[in-house]
Design a protein around this ligand. Structure first.
Ligand SMILES: [Zn+2]
Ligand SMILES: [Zn+2]
Length: 668
């Protein structure tokens, strides 16, 4: 019997009699790791724990790296193995089901795996709990995932005897001379698969089936229609629970549903997909966002501009958009002999303003800001509420400066972005430095030297920030230069990509931009593109979900609801409403003949921050009874006291309604 040397990653070594399974070898090297491992890498190759090590490796030490829980690789193995368990349960319940493929999903936050199949009858949502139950039963029996390598001919025979034409097709296409097949011993399931998988079904303790959808074999509508079962799996029941809760929370906050319920916006098929209608209540919020931003821009010495929505195609050829970004633009339209294209970005227009006259170094930087509406030819399948649309408005700005001014301008942009997001309650901000990658098919403009210089400026701006790390993203730069992308984490831990700061040395070159320097000679300026919200539509969608529709006082479309208890005091209620409006508070007076309970419930559903309840007693005392949407009844105060409190919440842009000035309810 021969001996082999094994070593765990860079740790313990042992000499063992061969052949020995990876699992057994691991036990000798690290008991704990052996217990937890889902699979392993042996000399870099992913294998099952049952994989046999023999002496054929020229006496070299065999390096074993366990694939552990709480790693992405481990999650991949776990979810893929759970997809097999799903197929086993379906076969058990519906013999004759033809199986397609069943991969793990790691990127899509909605799902963890799927399996495509054609069952003898159409499956429905009612089948999912039944299938899930059977999966649990199989998992509990602790069955082994067993791999076998058989000649291709035998594999084809095996799967054709089992009447699995899709598997046969895959084997014909993909298999070499030998084929690896997997059994879940004791279940009717056999798969053509490379693995690896967990050693046994006992490892699968936290999974859930989620939904059913249609799918085509290999994604081609010409192929047979299949059914896809989606599910997810985690390492522990606690993780699954947390995920289920977050998913429910995300559904509760879904901006498309809240947008409808709160009458904020709509998208109307008959006008075109991906085009946003801002309803009165949504428009108020947008106006507040824009007003706030304008005030901040004034503080920072920006100028405001307005530019057209369409321009000659030639212009987009000079800018490079036509060649490098043309697929995302609406097709050209012709008028007389000239072709025009809708703008996908505002940059060339701001260049037009810069170029309209000779610029001296004394006038720099020029900072042009615009709420610039742009259009992008997004495919219908990718559209999603406010998050992905075809027409949107960018809170855009372009800064033209001397190269030696670029560092300060970029530093200021980064600080500006941080300020703005914390106003909206996003304190967890993540920065990414997106640079040119090695992929030459990506049409980057400009020399390597220019790219390096620009990158150095961005890196410096990021390194200045305390307690903030940034991630370097290779190949994610814009076609005209590197950029800083800003992501924020929302109230339920989801990351959203928002603003961007981009250092551009290309467009100034392409458009021949100049300024006259101190030496009286022409020089080339640097152009900085920057947006904070990015798309206002998208940022609005994120805000709806962040606040779950309960906007802070300064943004709330209706800030105060005045609710008379009886019709008799409607007139008095209207007077109060007028006083509040004159004080600048957006107020609705509910004069409907309804019980006060119904009026409160309605205001509550509309998530109005404050309700003033008026009855005879309040009139007599010259006070109003105040309810706050999440605190409930907070006591009585005079109208003046209420106005003072409400205005201070608005002016400070408070995220939470801290209540002051009310008599405590207990004293009444
Ligand atoms: Zn598999
Ligand atoms: Zn731009």
């Amino acid at each position: 019997m021969s001996e082999i040397n094994v070593q765990i990653k860079d740790g313990a070594q042992a000499s063992l009699p061969a052949p020995v399974s990876v699992g057994e070898a691991l036990k000798r090297l690290d008991r704990d790791a052996a217990k937890q491992a889902l699979a392993a890498r042996v000399d870099g190759r992913e294998v099952d724990l049952a994989h046999q090590l023999d002496a054929s490796q020229n006496g070299d030490t065999i390096k074993i790296e366990p694939v552990m829980p709480q790693t992405l690789e481990g999650l991949d193995v776990l979810r893929h193995s759970t997809a097999h368990l799903l197929a086993a349960a379906v076969l058990d319940l519906f013999p004759g089901t033809k199986l397609g493929i069943g991969p793990a999903l790691l990127e899509d936050p909605r799902y963890g795996f799927f399996y495509d199949m054609i069952a003898p009858r159409q499956l429905t949502d009612e089948d999912l709990p039944v299938i899930e139950k059977r999966m649990r039963e199989i998992a509990k029996r602790n069955l082994s995932y067993r791999r076998a390598e058989i000649p291709k001919g035998d594999a084809l025979q095996l799967f054709s005897e089992r009447d699995e034409p899709l598997k046969c097709e895959l084997i014909e296409e993909k298999a070499g001379e030998t084929v690896s097949v997997y059994y879940i011993d004791g279940s009717p399931f056999i798969d053509f698969c490379l693995g690896p998988h967990v050693p046994n079904t006992n490892k699968l303790r936290a999974f859930k089936l989620l939904s059913l959808s249609g799918a085509y074999w290999k994604g081609d509508p010409a192929n047979p229609q299949m059914q896809r079962i989606y599910g997810t799996a985690f390492f522990t029941p606690e993780e699954l629970d947390a995920w289920v809760k977050q998913r429910a929370e995300a559904e509760r906050r879904d901006h498309r549903r809240l947008g409808r319920e709160l009458d904020l916006f709509s998208i109307q098929e008959q006008y075109g997909q991906g085009l946003i209608f801002w309803h009165p209540k949504g428009a108020i919020i947008r106006k507040q966002m824009e007003d706030y931003l304008y005030a901040e821009l004034v503080k920072r010495n920006y100028s405001f501009v307005y530019t057209p929505h369409i321009a000659k195609r030639e212009l987009w050829q000079v800018s490079g958009h036509d060649q490098n970004y043309g697929d995302s633009m609406f097709a050209p339209t012709k008028l007389e002999e000239t072709e025009f294209r809708l703008k996908p970005m505002n940059c060339p227009f701001h260049i037009g303003i810069y170029k309209s006259q000779q610029r001296s170094y004394r006038e720099l930087p020029q900072r042009y800001a615009e709420m610039g509406t742009v259009y992008r030819a997004e495919l219908s399948g990718t559209l999603h509420g406010l998050m992905r649309v075809r027409g949107f408005t960018v809170d855009d700005a372009h800064l033209f400066c001397m190269p030696e001014q670029a560092q300060k301008e970029i530093d200021d942009c980064v600080d500006f972005i941080k300020d703005v997001f914390s106003t909206f309650g996003f304190d967890k901000v993540k920065f990414e430095l997106s640079v040119k990658g090695s992929d030459t098919s990506k049409n980057y403009l400009g020399s390597d030297e220019d790219w390096e210089k620009a990158e150095a400026v961005l890196v410096k701006a990021l390194q200045r920030l305390e307690n903030i790390n940034y991630e370097r993203m290779e190949g994610e730069g814009a076609f005209y230069g590197p950029k800083i992308d800003i992501k924020i984490e929302d109230a339920i831990g989801r990351l959203w990509q928002l603003g961007t700061v981009q250092y551009d040395f290309n467009l100034p070159e392409r458009f021949g931009l100049e300024y006259v320097g101190e030496d009286n000679k022409p020089h080339r300026p640097v152009m900085i593109h920057r947006a904070l919200f990015g798309s206002i539509e998208r940022f609005f969608g994120i805000l709806i979900e962040q606040y779950a529709g309960a906007f802070p006082m300064w943004l709330a479309p209706v800030q105060v609801a005045v609710l008379p208890i009886t019709d008799r005091i409607n007139e008095y209620a209207e007077t109060i409403g007028r006083v509040l409006r004159e004080a600048g508070l957006r107020t609705e007076v509910n004069l409907r003949s309804e019980k006060i309970g119904a009026k409160i419930r309605d205001a509550q559903l509309q998530k109005i921050p404050f309700m003033l309840v008026l009855g005879d007693q309040e009139i007599e005392e010259g006070k109003v009874a105040v309810r706050e949407r999440s605190l409930g009844d907070i006591g009585k105060m005079t109208v003046d006291e209420f106005i003072r409190m409400a205005r201070s919440l608005v002016e400070s842009r408070a995220l939470v309604n801290e209540v002051t000035g009310a008599e405590s309810k207990a004293n009444n």
